[in-house]
Design a protein around this ligand. Structure first.
Ligand code: ADP
Length: 497
């Protein structure tokens, strides 16, 4: 348990991430890394971020300032500096980041970069150089806060330092692990003494994410329920044993939402702004959405919305089958997503079979995503697992009722209309499956016909805050706990020596 004290102490934190809104985003990780540091800074912490200097990031900013050359074990890199929201962002520039189009992990034709392990091992070495005050910045953080497999090596490699900052590792998605062949690990010259079952070894491979899980002073996930689920074989992706072993050091902190970005009253991407007192304006966005996606324009027609990575995790196959099982119901569906080609094909077949009912757009489109949030009535997330999920939170904010599986962060944030009376804000299905989703869609559509009840559900959702300040408060407690753990470990080592 973390002490719930009033923590006014300023902590210096190096925040190491592979995505950062508004510069580079493939999913929720970017939004968290764009919002949490600002909330920490508001609370008085001294924050610096460190991010790979991807080509499209460098293209978006003023020429970054060269800070230092770092002669890292894998390769020299240039460390540059830029500013975002008044915070310094250190950019690790190397041709494998700065000379490539595509997203951080994949080329434009959706193939993973073959040297991803090398690139993020290099990035991790740069994080360590800064964290250990070896980058000439004259700054030594109290905490290095790492995110997902791309930075999992950091706590592992830092554990070999005689003195080091505390480390916190946040799991945003346990399924993406950065596992590589032992030979590749050895060829990179990474320390062989970390390759054992209590360390990086994972079924004969070396696992970057296990480095974070096994070695960080504190590990957390982005919702309380997911932090428990991943300790079970069903959700543990093979890491459940290690996560159980870490015991109380593993906790869950729910993500927040950034109200300066996600608010229908000020969202510049939507044609008709509205708030809790002017919800009648919301349907004008629906008409715009229908027009834009060439669906019949009808403000009374219930519209389901989906914005998602097209991945098995997100239950897109379930969605496709549920649509086929609900032919008798009257609704429209709009889907925006990118990812798995087979799932794209399944969705495109739906638009062919139900042209007046289903519209699909393939791609990553921030503006359209806002219009879908504003113009839909019900947001579907039939996820098989969900570490936190941000879209259900955005949907609540936009008066769009979430219909989701009862897993992970969805279970922590969606309260079912048939169970929770005055507190209800959406609809839950117990298991990820097409019959369950079809049933949930029918239930939601029935409730939709009761306008006062619907309005009440919308208002309940819209008045929830999910503020980052609240989550930042919990992260600050976690940092203090990690600092305490690191100090104890240092003392134990000193006594042994
Ligand atoms: P995950 O990180 O697992 O993909 P989250 O729900 O945590 O899922 O966050 C997804 C974020 O990415 C949300 O902000 C969502 O709006 C955004 N997003 C996902 N797909 C798209 C897309 N095709 N176009 C625009 N935004 C998208």
């Amino acid at each position: 348990m973390l002490a719930d004290n009033n923590n006014n102490q300023s902590t210096s934190v190096l925040f190491a991430c592979s995505e950062l809104t508004p510069w580079v985003k493939t999913g929720g990780l970017a939004d968290v890394c764009g919002s949490l540091p600002r909330a920490l800074q508001r609370a008085g912490d001294d924050i610096r971020l460190i991010l790979p200097g991807y080509k499209n990031v460098l293209d978006q900013i003023e020429p970054p300032v060269f800070v230092a050359q770092l002669d890292l074990p894998l390769h020299p890199v240039a460390l540059c500096s830029a500013t975002l929201y008044g915070m310094e962002v250190l950019l690790v520039t190397h041709p494998t980041f700065s000379n490539r189009d595509g997203n951080p992990y994949m080329s434009d034709d959706d193939r993973a970069w073959p040297d991803n392990a090398w690139r993020f091992a290099l990035f991790s070495q740069a994080v360590i150089a800064v964290g250990q005050n070896r980058a000439g910045l004259n700054w030594r953080p109290d905490v290095v806060h790492c995110h997902d497999w791309q930075t999992g090596l950091v706590p592992a490699l830092m554990s070999l330092e005689p003195e080091r900052p505390a480390t916190v590792f946040t799991i945003h998605n346990l399924a993406y692990q950065g596992n590589i062949l032992h030979k590749l690990y050895a060829d990179m010259g990474l320390p062989i003494e970390l390759f054992n079952e209590n360390g990086l070894e994972f079924w004969g491979q070396a696992s970057f994410i296990k480095g974070g899980i096994a070695f960080a002073d504190r590990v957390n996930t982005v919702s309380p329920t997911y932090s428990q689920e991943i300790k079970t074989p069903r959700f543990g992706n093979g890491m459940d044993g290690m996560l159980r072993y870490r015991g109380e050091r593993v906790s869950g902190i729910l993500n927040g939402i950034d109200h300066s970005i996600w608010d229908p009253a000020i969202d510049g991407h939507i044609p008709h702004n509205y708030d809790i007192d002017s919800l009648n304006l919301k349907s004008r966005n629906k008409l715009e959405l229908q027009q834009r996606l060439s669906l019949p324009k009808d403000a009374d027609k219930p519209v389901f919305g989906v914005i998602s990575r097209l991945a098995v995790q997100k239950g897109i196959d379930i969605l496709v089958n549920a649509v086929r099982q609900t032919e008798h119901l009257d609704y429209q569906l709009v889907v925006l997503g990118s990812g798995d080609t087979e799932l794209q094909n399944q969705l495109m077949r739906l638009t062919h079979d139900y042209p007046d009912r289903v519209a699909v757009r393939i791609g990553f489109d921030e503006a359209l995503s806002r219009l879908i949030e504003a113009g839909s009535d019900i947001f579907l997330m039939p996820s098989r697992y969900e570490p936190c999920g941000l879209n259900q939170l955005y949907s609540l904010r936009y008066g769009t009722l979430p219909l989701t599986t009862r897993v992970g962060g969805l279970a922590d944030t969606v309260l079912d209309a048939d169970e929770h009376g005055d507190k209800a804000n959406g609809f839950l299905i117990e298991q990820p499956g097409a019959p369950q989703l079809a049933n949930g869609m029918a239930r939601a559509l029935e409730r939709y016909t009761d306008k006062p009840a619907w309005r009440k559900l919308q208002q309940t959702g819209m008045s929830e805050t999910y503020s980052w300040d609240e989550s930042a408060h919990r992260y600050r407690q976690l940092y203090q706990a990690a600092i305490g753990d690191a100090a104890l470990e240092y003392e134990a080592r000193r006594v042994r020596a």
